[in-house]
Design a protein. Sequence first.
Length: 130
Amino acid sequence: MSAHRLAVRFTEDTQLPARFRRVSEPSRKIAKVKKDSEVERRFKANVESWRQLIETMLAKIDEGQAWRFINLCPQVAGTINRVTDSKDFSNFVDYMILRRDEERCGPDELGAHALLPVAFQREVEKRIPE
């Protein structure tokens, strides 16, 4: 379920199956899902890639922290003034560097790690008191 949610969130509308697109086309009729279509196959592969990222993350770091990263729900102390003061954000960046530089993760995971930190940072920023 989380892998599916991440795949939908981080995939451009044009690459998503019509039923998951964020912008609906009023003139488009609801079509029967063609499970063997190219868009469906690419989307399933994308979901599988996110599933593997999640499994790897859960195997390598604390489960609670991993789920905060996966769900883009950082734990932010009320006393921080900037993103880099967030322990969750710093730990997320450390994990990403570990996977990218030391463990040399595959290209699919590398692509996901290019997307997640920005989204995670935005969530931290939302929680910083003004």
